[in-house]
Write a new protein. Structure first.
Length: 403
């Protein structure tokens, strides 16, 4: 037999033996006597072929050193190419077909203790050991589908955030369409109403963090400690709440948002106030809108009823009974809007048509060690790169009067 035939036979035997082992593991049993005999024969033959290939390799090496021509060197060990083929490559996202969540969790625990991370999970930085890439496949599994109010509002309309691989600043123009008209079909009567771009959505990127979470090194070395499940969901959720807080605090403080509806009193509002808020946006931003209320204001809305006793907030989605609507507009609540009080902003109405949430690159987890104030402990912090922007006329405020 020549080397090519031997390699083909070795590959066939190796594949069959491997399939048999996987079968025994899947079926949770030992091989039968006949299966064991066949398995032993396969291993014996593979050892014989390996010995022949090793001798051929040694002979080829000697011949090569003697500058012999037309020497065929043996190829790589069978199975190596297949193994490399399923490796997860470093990149913006991971291949969901080959990604192994348990493998990543195991690698994450090792990284937490030693600082070493397999290259297929590591970020490409000047100090790889200081950061680990968090795959989107993991994030979507362990983090709630609506980790903040804005993402919940996107999900209502089956929308996603604006995603970019880089963190460069982006400015999106907002078309301000004007009314057309009847075409006068006469010579020299050409008229064209070009849309103007009077507003721009600016999307400069900021870095958001979850805040550090510290663990005893004794816990990290425990065999059954699942660092990923114990840490990443809370870190990701904290980072998302930080993003939500910044979005609403920016809108509240934005003097450029001039559209506002006043509540009836400092301590409450009426059905008519909500109707006015629901119609506060211009027609071009009337679609894909949603109302966000502070917790106290949301509770007040739940207590408002019609003259016949029916609540003004209704659950229109049978798949999500907790989601309420006001006259067809989704109503959400956030902890980051004020309670009732003089001049407080207790609610907002926002249109997705004039608002953008941007996610950049991948979230990163960093580890901190050797901190004197926390002996024998290791800390973790999750960082994300996000941006948001809006046209001022795509937002209106629900504001309490001065007194």
């Amino acid at each position: 037999m020549n080397l090519s035939t031997l390699r083909d036979e070795y590959t066939t035997l190796h594949t069959a033996a491997n399939a048999a082992l996987e079968k025994f593991v899947t079926e949770k049993r030992d091989p039968t006597a006949e299966e064991q005999t066949e398995h032993d024969k396969q291993f014996s033959r593979m050892k014989q072929i390996k010995q022949q290939m090793d001798k051929a390799q040694e002979l080829a090496s000697i011949a090569f050193n003697d500058k012999a021509e037309n020497v065929e060197l043996p190829k790589e060990i069978p199975g190596r190419a297949e193994k490399e083929q399923v490796e997860i490559k470093i990149g913006h996202t991971f291949d969901a077909k080959t990604f192994d969540r348990k493998e990543f969790a195991k690698a994450l625990n090792k990284w937490a203790i030693t600082g070493d991370m397999p290259s297929k999970f590591a970020t490409i930085t000047s100090a790889t050991a200081s950061g680990v890439l968090l795959p989107t496949d993991v994030e979507s599994v362990i983090v709630p589908s609506a980790p903040n109010t804005i993402r919940e509002a996107l999900a209502i309309y089956d929308l996603e955030s604006f995603k970019t691989p880089g963190t460069e600043t982006i400015n999106l123009p907002v078309a301000d369409a004007t009314a057309g008209g009847v075409v006068a079909e006469t010579a020299n009567s050409e008229t064209e109403n070009e849309p103007a771009f009077t507003e721009t959505i600016a999307l400069p990127v900021s870095t958001y963090q979850s805040g550090s979470s510290w663990f005893s090194n004794k816990e990290l070395m425990a065999v059954n400690f699942d660092l990923m499940s114990a840490t990443l969901p809370a870190l990701a959720y904290s980072k998302e709440l930080g993003l939500e807080s910044n979005i609403f605090s920016t809108m509240i403080a934005d003097g450029g948002i001039t559209q506002s509806v006043a509540t009836a009193t400092v301590s409450g509002y009426t059905y008519a106030n909500l109707v006015s808020l629901n119609r506060a946006l211009p027609k071009k931003f009337n679609g894909m809108k949603f109302i966000v209320l502070g917790k106290n204001a949301y509770t007040a809305a739940e207590n408002l009823t019609t003259t016949t006793g029916y609540p003004i907030l209704n659950a229109l989605d049978p798949q999500n009974s907790s989601l309420k609507y006001f006259n067809g507009t989704p109503v959400l609540w956030s902890d980051y809007l004020s309670g009732f009080g003089a001049n407080n902003v207790v609610g907002l109405i926002i249109s997705h048509m004039g608002f953008r949430l941007r996610d950049c690159g991948q979230d990163q987890v960093q580890r901190y060690t050797q901190y004197p104030g926390r002996p024998a402990q290791t800390g973790f912090n999750l960082y994300g790169f996000h941006s948001f922007g809006y046209a001022d006329t795509a937002v209106a405020k629900l504001t309490c009067p001065a007194s």
